[in-house]
Design a protein around this ligand. Structure first.
Ligand SMILES: Nc1nc2c(c(=O)[nH]1)N[C@H]1C(S)=C(S)[C@@H](COP(=O)(O)O)O[C@H]1N2
Ligand SMILES: [Mo]
Length: 300
């Protein structure tokens, strides 16, 4: 029988202060690549006040369960998450199928408190539990021609009212360039607030790419495929004038129908005051080098 995974840690357990302090010293002494990965989470953890569990789990986008913000929290209890596995295939020497139980026992998770900015100009701060996507990608050997990865969400027509109604061309698909996918900020998240991922947030496992608009952070994934060409993605396919493949958060490139220079912080007080949107959602220092030489107004 497969072991059922539950995360019993409370929020205070997931990132002991001592670990933070240690890591900070590593960063201060500038020890290269792994220090960078920790820096992103660490800086964010220290400065950001997370949204409440309630806010994060009742205001969602998950079109498989309807297009309203409160549809996923009403309908996603129907998502069947056991058994669950992810296929890693495409341009790799050794394709892999890994069950969620294996993932839960083989990869150690940590807390990362990240800003989360939807293309619709609202934002939250979310304490994810997860591990770096690169750790899973390292289990396969890509062929030299592999340049991108595509992700695919599960399709369960009987359980997903949005799929039954055909509100999008499902399966929901997203993609990243390989260097973006391997960036230390890019997570495979299995929980929030130390709890297993709620269905409406993409149980049992989803992608989180904090410097890109929220729709790149694809939920409930069942497949990761290495490709040579820029992969098909749901929103580019739906409207490539409005949604680009990169979709980096960028306050200077407006959506054709609204400004992206400010955002409404969910739960942000009586008047829903807007705050300035930050370049790369505040992760410029960590990710700007990925896009050197690109015209971000054209490759948006
Ligand atoms: N499979 C799937 N993934 C998805 C979506 C979706 O509709 N289906 N919506 C995206 C959008 S637009 C956003 S803003 C985030 C919302 O994540 P959250 O509900 O956990 O805040 O999920 C993204 N991932
Ligand atoms: Mo979004």
């Amino acid at each position: 029988m497969a072991r059922r995974w539950t995360n019993r840690l409370t929020r205070d357990d997931v990132t002991p202060k001592s670990a933070f302090m240690n890591r900070r010293q590593l960063i201060a002494s500038g020890v290269g690549a792994s220090a960078l990965s920790i820096a992103g989470g660490l800086q964010a953890s220290e400065t950001l006040e997370p949204n409440t569990f309630e806010q994060i789990t009742t205001y969602n986008n998950f079109y498989e369960f309807g297009t309203g913000k409160d549809d996923p929290s009403k309908n996603a209890h129907n998502l069947q998450t056991e058994p669950w596995s992810i296929e890693v295939d495409g341009l790799v020497e050794n394709p892999l199928t890994i069950s969620f139980d294996e993932i839960a026992s083989e990869f150690e998770t940590e807390e990362r408190i990240y800003r989360f900015r939807c293309v619709e100009a609202w934002s939250m701060v979310i304490p994810w539990n997860g591990f770096e996507l690169a750790d899973l990608l390292d289990r396969v050997t890509p062929l030299p021609e592999a340049k991108y990865v595509q992700f695919e969400t599960a399709v369960q027509p009987e359980n997903m009212i949005g799929v039954k109604r055909g509100v999008l061309d499902f399966p929901y698909r997203e993609g990243l360039r390989l260097d973006e996918a391997r960036h230390p900020l890019t997570l495979l998240a299995t929980g929030i607030y130390g709890e297993p991922m709620p269905n409406q947030n993409g149980a049992p496992i989803r992608i989180v790419v904090p410097w890109k608009y929220g729709f790149k952070s694809i939920k409930s994934i069942v497949r990761i495929t290495f490709t040579e060409e820029e992969p098909f993605t749901t929103w580019v396919d739906l409207n490539s004038r409005e949604y680009g493949f990169y979709s980096n958060v960028n306050p200077t490139v407006d959506h054709p129908r609204w400004s992206q220079s400010t955002e409404r912080l969910i739960g942000g007080g009586l008047f829903n005051a807007r705050q300035d949107t930050l370049m790369f959602n505040g992760y410029e220092e960590e990710v700007a080098s990925l896009y050197e030489g690109m015209d971000l107004t054209k490759q948006f």
